[in-house]
Design a protein around this ligand. Structure first.
Ligand code: FES
Length: 267
């Protein structure tokens, strides 16, 4: 039984695509970059070291919030919720399912990894190799519909990351005010994380959706206009935040391990 692009009623085009541009480039680049990022994040979360610098109070976003008894005591700003985890379980297990859920169900990433990893389809106007298509109506892909709930969790984690930046302005156990290059990197990362979170398609709907008219809701209209502007940059923010997350974590790993001395701008 023919399926997909060979289904009855579909145009019978023998070639996979009539496109003449370099359409393979985007999915290949996506495949390489996403694979590299996932590998880096995996290595860093299982490493369980060099994630916190006491003196500067830099905590890696990959380990925040640090709430197990195995965490460095100085990094436990939100208390100790759990006992010691066995070394095989990363500290990040507390937030990782939510952050992964948020990114994996993101509309933009869905488009990207469906193309890059499943060739479903490989590109616009390119026939997919799969015989059938059930959309996101069955398990496991029906889980993609939980995106709006992951958005709420991601917002909460962004609040925690914001707290971490505030603490990075209060080095030496909060006894002074100061900042270094790492603080600026953390700050840039959290601003971009907020921009990515607020540019989410679900956020845009939560802010301005289900209204009969905007004139009766001027505040929501203003917020919707602002979020819509950010939403137009969602793809760029998706990639930029992956880069800044890795940069922030990598920088803190260098400082915390003693491989690099953080230049202080104000002590
Ligand atoms: S659509 Fe990408 S984060 Fe919501």
């Amino acid at each position: 039984m023919p399926g997909g692009v060979s289904s009855p009623g579909r145009a019978s085009i023998p070639r996979a695509t009539l496109r003449k541009d370099r359409w393979r480039r985007a999915p290949i680049i996506t495949f390489i970059l996403l694979s590299a990022w996932v590998l880096y994040a995996l290595l860093r979360t299982v490493w369980q070291a060099a994630y916190y610098d006491d003196k500067a109070h830099y905590l890696s976003p990959f380990y925040s919030p640090c709430v197990t008894a195995s965490c460095n005591p100085g990094a436990r700003d939100f208390g100790t919720w759990f006992g010691h985890f066995p070394p095989i379980i990363p500290f990040a297990i507390v937030t990782l399912p939510f952050l992964l859920g948020f990114r994996l169900t993101c509309y933009y990433y869905r488009r990207s990894y469906y193309r890059a990893f499943w060739a479903s389809p490989p590109g616009c106007g390119v026939a997919e190799p799969h015989a059938s298509y059930s959309g996101e109506t069955k398990f496991p892909l029906i889980v993609q519909n939980l995106h709006r709930y992951f958005w709420l969790a991601a917002g909460l984690i962004s609040v925690i990351n914001t707290w971490d930046v505030i603490q990075a302005f209060r080095p030496n156990d909060g006894h002074s005010f100061g900042f270094g290059l790492g603080t600026i990197i953390m700050l840039a990362n959290v601003v971009l994380l907020w921009a990515y979170t607020l540019s989410c398609h679900s956020c845009r709907h939560i802010v301005g959706g289900r209204l009969r008219n905007f004139s009766a809701h001027p505040l929501r209209y203003k917020a919707w206009v602002y979020v819509s502007k950010l939403n137009a940059k969602h793809m760029q923010l998706a990639w930029t935040t992956l880069a800044t997350l890795a940069l922030t974590d990598g920088y803190i790993a260098l400082v915390a391990s003693g491989a690099f001395s953080d230049p202080r701008i104000l002590h």
